[in-house]
Design a protein around this ligand. Structure first.
Ligand code: IMP
Length: 189
């Protein structure tokens, strides 16, 4: 089965390849991510890819939701700082969270949409809860990995090996559901 990934984010593509453990092709698409939810954006990207390339296509829309910021940066995670380098994103988050001393709770959310060329689509959602620490730690990963510590761990995502992050992450959880779905319907497409 051939699977395309509609993304411009090379870090996501690398993680998706590693987690799925099968060959997937990445395709860049110009899609405006103006949805109000991760589901809306993931569906938009996956449908655009499936229509354009006439192939089964997945897309990932993900982000960080911080409790004391009422869910922000959420769907705006990628554009929360300019330019959106990991350092700028993390530093801005730490700055706006100075008023959040008592409540550092946050969660990473990943929605994977699977679209067929005829427009039919399904979504799979993975969540990892944790907290935002007060400084950046670690050199692996991307985005907000240096400031996020998942529940049950003392390390940030950026301090974990990529292989370990890829076993427990929000993306791993969503892709695990996708894998089971595809396994159960191996005639899909
Ligand atoms: P989008 O899905 O293209 O809107 O981008 C999601 C943004 O959320 C990324 O650019 C990162 O800043 C952040 N993000 C999503 N998943 C992760 C992750 O696994 N680690 C760190 N940051 C992430």
């Amino acid at each position: 089965m051939k699977l395309l990934v509609a993304t411009t984010n090379k870090h996501k593509l690398k993680e998706i390849r590693h987690i799925l453990g099968v060959k997937v092709e990445g395709r860049k698409l110009n899609v405006k991510e103006n949805g109000k939810t991760f589901e809306e954006n993931a569906i938009k990207k996956a449908r655009a890819g499936a229509r354009k390339f006439k192939q089964l296509t997945i897309a990932d829309d993900s982000g960080l939701m911080v409790n004391c910021l009422d869910g922000l940066p959420g769907v705006k995670s990628a554009r929360f700082a300019t330019p959106p380098t990991p350092k700028n994103l993390c530093q801005k988050l730490l700055r706006v969270m100075r008023r959040c001393r008592a409540n550092r709770r946050a969660m990473f959310v990943c929605v994977i949409a699977l679209a067929r060329p005829d427009g039919r689509v399904r979504t799979f959602k993975g969540i990892v809860r944790g907290k935002i620490i007060e400084e950046m730690r670690g050199r692996h990963g991307f985005g907000y990995d240096p400031v996020f510590v998942p529940n049950g761990s003392k390390k940030t995502f950026a301090q974990m090996s990529p292989a370990f992050k890829n076993r427990i992450s929000h993306r791993a959880r969503a892709l695990k559901m996708l894998k089971s779905y595809l396994w159960a319907r191996s005639s899909v497409g």
